[in-house]
Every structure is written in structure tokens, then in C-alpha cells.
Design a binder for this molecule. Sequence first.
Ligand SMILES: C[S@@+](CC[C@H](N)C(=O)[O-])C[C@H]1O[C@@H](n2cnc3c(N)ncnc32)[C@H](O)[C@@H]1O
Length: 271
Amino acid sequence: MTAPRENPRLGIFPLCQYNRFMAIYDHYAQVYDDSGQIAFSIKMIPYLSDLLERHPAPGHSMLDLACGTGTVALSFAHQGWEVYGVDGSCGMLEQTRQKAKQAGQTLALSQQDMRHFVLPHPVALVTCLYDSLNYILTLADLKQVFRRVAAALMPAGVFMGDMNTRITLEQVWGNNTFFVENQEMAVIMRSSYEPRTRFSTVDIIGFVRQEDELYTRFDEHHAEIAYEDREVHGALAEAGLHVEAAYKCFHLDPVDAETRRIMWVARKPEG
Ligand SMILES: C[S@@+](CC[C@H](N)C(=O)[O-])C[C@H]1O[C@@H](n2cnc3c(N)ncnc32)[C@H](O)[C@@H]1O
């Protein structure tokens, strides 16, 4: 694990301020992009441009909340935006930092819990992508996240965040085993859905090839929850964010009973 690092832009935050605690994604981070997860961000980047045409942001500063390995954050930086990235996992942030260094881009990164994060300046856009919000396991905590998002936005600022619906956690993930393998790694995921709590738990076992050709094993336990649309709508409204749209993710159509992933777009009022 990397040593704490001062970030010149955020100043007060070391990059990994509580890295003595192992967070989910700390191990998975090293194979996250290579295991195919990066494809989601690559698909998301043009979709966010389409959304921003319909729902303009009042400036070119943004926070990617739960930024993961930073693919979306870096694309905004590349387009000239001032970009903050917040994530709970030191491992994911380290991947982002390395990618930013390689790309010669500056991102203001900090390790923070999205329920309590702060930024030094309000931003015009907050994104929270790839079901990161489903990792917030109680409605009270989801409301807390949205309150922090509202506080981080400038007046008329926009929030865009996608969430898995119950259909995905119950029927697509369900009780299944998934396997991904390439020359560098093998990852096995076992998912299990509990209808009463709407929790999907995923046990991840990964094997990562090392320089000596041997493999190291890691184990992680992930949990996501499915929220009802009215719960998310209500939580955004309670935080003072006006819902402008709920789209079938990657489309500009309204959601229906079959929708697997919803992109929520909400705005902080001007006044
Ligand atoms: C599925 S990944 C998505 C990462 C990235 N947004 C993307 O599109 O690839 C979920 C991310 O949420 C982060 N995360 C989960 N719970 C968090 C929390 N309470 N606070 C901050 N980050 C959290 C994880 O560390 C992980 O990077």
C-alpha cells in the first residue's frame, strides 16, 4: 500500500488518509480495468456529453464521486475541466494517480467516504457512476450522501448518478457465479440476492500474476442494495436537489418497469 501523499490542490487531504484500514476495492483495484470494468467508463464518457447537452452545468469544474480508477475523471480533465476525484479505496485512487501521471493530467484526489466528503470549492457537476451509490446500504446514508452532494454543488450545479435497479440485483446478478480470466489474472465472483433486504452480496476471489509468474490471491466481500425509485427521488428531494430526469442508463428514454440501470439527473436550485 502506498504512503500517504499530500495533494497540492486539495492541500489539507493526504491522498490516502486512512489507508491503514483495508477498504473494499483495495485489492480488486489492481485488476479492475484489466478485468473489463473499464468498458463501463468508456461507454459512459460520450453518454455524459449527451446528458450535459440536455442538462448543462454552470461551469467546467466537476467532482467524480467514487471515482474508482479515474477513467471518467481523466476524460473530463482532458477536456479542460477542473476535476476532483473522491473515493474510499486507497487502491483505486492509486490506480487513478498512476493513470493521471501517465497522461500528464492533474486531478485533485482524496480518499474520503462519500457520506462525509468535503471539497474546498463548490463545483458545477458531480457524477457518481457505475452503481457506486448502490454500495450505500441504508436509506439514511443515501440521504446523507445526497446532502453532501448538494453542499458540494454551486447554485444551479448538476448531479448525475446511476444506480442498479432491483431487477439487476435480483435477476441479472441473482445467485450466480461469474468468471473472468486473462493472461494477468483470474477473477471469480459469487453473487447472492436476499429479497427481504434487497441486498446483493458478492464474494470475489482473484488471482493476480506476479513478476515471478506466481499468482497472489485476494478475497473481497462486496454488498449492494436495490432502492425503489421513489426512495431515490425522495432522498434527492430531501437533500434539496430537484430531479430533472431519470433515464434508462445510456439512453435518453424514461425508465420503465424493466429498466436495469437508472441514470438520475438532479439540479441544485439557483437561489
Ligand atoms: C463499481 S466501482 C465504480 C468506480 C468508478 N465510478 C467507475 O465508474 O468505474 C465503486 C466505487 O465506489 C467506491 N466506494 C464504495 N463505497 C464508498 C464510500 N462509502 N465512499 C467512497 N467510495 C466508495 C469504491 O471504492 C469503488 O471505487
